[in-house]
Structure formats: structure tokens, C-alpha cells
Design a protein around this ligand. Structure first.
Ligand code: ADP
Ligand code: UVW
Ligand code: MG
Length: 400
């Protein structure tokens, strides 16, 4: 039997998982990968082995609302893994955990005490942290002797300067930890590490990475380190997303509370689950559905999604003092050519010129050779980052 690292990445609408051979270094290609997506709508499991052969590709009946389905999906996955891990001994489990706040900036070997601290961060990430902790609880229950490691989305952004993380609030509020943290850090870390393979000099320069998935954000990097990002205290701030508003005038919330009788629970639902592409289109949160829809509301939702990206890229270009490379990643960034085309054509003033054929083919470099600013599409690999951090963490004794 060979040793393996199991990774779990619970996003807002999906749970991604992978099994990696535990060797030094951990190979980028996993032995087994898969995901349960469509949680809250039509849950579906898809998994394949190293050779690309499908292990499963079916809808799975999960009852209840999105939260109940998320919980049921973790339980389903634990059972599913039991039936598919033959030949492997799981030596460690790595979990993506969205919020580490100021407390954790490195991968963390989990125990009862620090799990309780992570539970305290649920109000900071209500759409993610509970699912992350569900996964941890389920895996600890079925593999109680196996070390489990939390890898934080917030960690990559701890290099941001104070001016990028402070809100213009009184110090007594900032001192409570109300500041801009930023998320999708495992994805940005992977891109920062991978980019020099494609563009050596520019990769060390001023880079903007657009992580466009169900949750979406941008990260401005200098020399491969985060200097600013669009998400803030929570994963609502910044871009429009699948079901989240992105940045919104806080006056709207005051109005809704005072004059439309909405309480904190109703606002949480509105901001996290009923807005974004879903709210504006009234059709779907799924970019694939909107791109093929004839409905004007679908077009309006996609236009607003692109417009917000363009506006926020402008802001990050200002923070960077210019731009050397733009990278698209995550579900929409990697696959939605019309979105990339719309964003880049609005940014042509930055010297960006797309190659339409390369863009349509989701090629790695989608800009023309003469484009002053190269534009790349790089598939992210949060799972591999989690596996590597986990292997490294369990190989050395814990530090507090
Ligand atoms: N071929 C495609 N064309 C357009 N959008 C796509 C395609 N494949 C996936 N997407 C979009 O990617 C988004 C999900 O991205 P993903 O990074 O998997 O999200 P998350 O990890 O936040 O659950 C969905 O909006 C989905 O419609
Ligand atoms: C932080 C966040 O928005 O994550 P996801 O994109 O997985 O929903
Ligand atoms: Mg994701």
C-alpha cells in the first residue's frame, strides 16, 4: 500500500477532492480527482482517475436546502471515498479553510482547540467556513488517527501593506479585527508559482490575477506577492459573483434595514445567496446557462459582471502603478471566452490585444504576439497547493 494525501476544497457551491501520492515532491498530477458540484441546485458527482478514466458521473439525490445539501454531500463523499481508495493508505488530510483571520497565516495541524477557534470565524465567512468545518468534522470522525491540516485562503494576502487592508473606521472598530483580509489565496499562490514558467520577466513585475468562479476576486501582485485584492473582511466585497453582490453602497443596507424591515438574517441571505448573476438575471448563477440564454436579463447580468471586473482592474492597475500581465483563472476565467473577450476589449487602452482563435480555444496565452500587455489563461490548482502544504506540515512537528 502506498501513502497518500487526501485534499478537500469546499467552495460555496461545490466540494472538490483529490488524492495525491505522498512522495517528495508531491506530483502535480493527482491519482484521483473529483467534485460534487451543483450543491443547492442539482448535486452531481464527477470523478476520474489519473489516466482520465471516469470513476463516476451521476446526479446524486441530496435532500434539503443548500446548507443541508452541503452537509449531506460531505457524508456522501466520505462513503464514496471508502469505496475508491483501495491500494492507498491516507497519511494526511488537507482542508481548504477560507478564513484564518489574523490568527493563522500558515498551514495548521488541526486539534480540538484550534478547531474551536476556527468555529469562531464562521460569522466572517458564513457561506464557506461552516462547510469547511463540516468536512473537517466528517473526516476526523472517519479517520481519527490521521493528521488533518487547514490551509487558509487568507494566508497569501498577509503580505498586503497596511494601507491596503485598513478600512476608514475608528480605531476601536479596526482593533476588533475589522480589516480587509482577502481570499482565494491558495489559487493565487499556485498562479504566482506557475507564472514564471510562461513569462519569466513579467511574472516578477506587476500582475493582476482574475480568479473568476462562483466566488470571484482579483489579486494585484508584485514580485509574486499580494499587494492588494478585491475581497475584504468577508468574501462579499469586490466583484459581482454567482450569488453575491460584491461591493455595494452600505447606505443600501441601512435603507433596507430601516425602511424595508430586513434584519441581519435577511440581509445575509440577500448579500450572499440571492444576488449577483442569479439576482440580476433571475435565471441562474451559472455562467454557462447565462451565456447561452436569449433573455435580456441574462445579457444584463453578464454585462454587469464584466463591467465590475473592468472597473476593479482599473483600481488595481492604479495600486500597482501599471500592469505587465493579466491572468484569468477558475471556472469562468478558464472557460468563458466571451467574458474574457468583453473584459479585455474594454481594457484595450492598457495595450491588450486578444487573439480571438486562442481565446476561443482557452489557450494558455490568449493575447497577440505584439500585445503590450500579455493575457494568459492558467488553470488553477488549489488541490495541489493543499496537498503540498499538508505533506510539509505533517512532516514537521507543530509550532504554535
Ligand atoms: N465551459 C464553461 N463556460 C462558462 N462558464 C463555465 C464553464 N465551466 C464552468 N463555468 C463556470 O464556472 C463557475 C464555477 O467556477 P468554480 O471555480 O468551479 O467555482 P467554485 O470553486 O467557487 O465553486 C460557474 O459559474 C460555471 O458556470
Ligand atoms: C472565498 C470564495 O469566494 O470561495 P469560492 O470561490 O470557492 O466560493
Ligand atoms: Mg473555488
Amino acid at each position: 500500500m502506498k501513502d497518500a494525501i487526501l485534499t478537500l476544497n469546499a467552495g460555496s457551491s461545490s466540494i472538490k477532492f483529490a488524492l495525491y501520492e505522498l512522495s517528495d515532491p508531491i506530483p502535480e498530477q493527482a491519482e484521483l480527482t473529483g467534485q460534487i458540484d451543483g450543491i443547492g441546485a442539482r448535486p452531481h458527482i464527477k470523478a476520474r482517475d489519473k489516466s482520465g478514466q471516469a470513476l463516476d458521473d451521476v446526479d446524486i439525490p441530496l435532500a434539503g436546502d443548500a446548507d443541508a445539501q452541503h452537509h449531506a454531500a460531505v457524508e456522501f463523499l466520505v462513503q464514496w471515498l471508502h469505496g475508491h481508495e483501495a491500494g492507498w493508505r491516507i497519511a494526511g488530510v488537507g482542508h481548504r479553510v477560507v478564513h484564518g483571520a489574523d490568527r493563522y497565516s500558515r498551514p495548521l495541524l488541526l486539534d480540538d482547540e484550534n478547531i474551536a477557534v476556527l468555529q469562531g470565524f464562521i460569522p466572517l465567512a458564513p457561506l464557506h467556513q461552516p462547510h469547511n468545518l463540516d468536512g473537517i468534522a466528517a473526516l476526523r470522525a472517519c479517520l481519527p488517527e490521521i493528521p488533518q491540516v487547514a490551509c487558509f485562503d487568507t494566508a497569501f494576502h498577509t503580505t498586503q501593506p497596511p494601507v491596503a487592508t485598513r478600512y476608514a473606521l475608528p480605531r476601536r472598530i479596526s482593533d476588533l479585527g475589522v480589516k480587509r483580509y482577502g481570499f482565494h489565496g491558495l489559487s493565487y499562490e499556485y498562479i504566482a508559482e506557475t507564472l514564471p514558467q510562461y513569462l519569466d520577466n513579467q511574472a516578477r513585475g506587476r500582475v493582476i490575477v482574475a480568479h473568476l468562479g462562483n466566488g470571484s476576486s482579483l489579486c494585484a501582485m508584485k514580485d509574486g506577492r499580494s499587494i492588494a485584492t478585491t475581497m475584504g473582511f468577508t468574501a462579499i466585497e469586490g466583484l459581482m459573483m454567482g450569488t453575491r453582490t460584491g461591493s455595494i453602497d452600505p447606505g443600501v443596507l441601512l435603507y433596507l434595514m430601516e425602511f424595508q424591515d430586513m434584519d441581519a438574517a435577511a440581509l445575509t441571505r440577500l448579500l450572499y445567496k440571492e444576488s449577483g448573476l442569479l439576482g440580476v438575471s433571475g435565471i441562474s448563477q451559472d455562467m454557462r446557462t447565462l451565456l447561452v440564454s436569449e433573455a435580456p436579463e441574462a445579457r444584463e447580468a453578464v454585462d454587469l459582471f464584466c463591467y465590475r471586473i473592468v472597473r476593479e482592474i482599473g483600481s488595481l492597475v492604479a495600486a500597482l502603478g501599471g500592469l505587465d500581465v493579466l491572468v484569468f483563472t477558475a471556472g469562468i476565467g478558464e472557460h468563458a471566452a466571451p467574458v474574457r473577450q468583453q473584459v479585455c476589449s474594454a481594457l484595450s487602452w492598457l495595450g491588450m490585444e486578444l487573439d480571438p482563435a486562442a481565446n476561443a480555444a482557452d489557450a494558455r496565452c490568449i493575447s497577440l504576439v505584439g500585445s503590450a500587455t500579455p493575457v494568459l489563461v492558467l488553470p488553477t490548482n488549489e488541490e495541489w497547493m493543499i496537498a503540498r502544504h499538508t505533506a510539509e506540515r505533517i512532516a514537521r512537528p507543530p509550532v504554535s
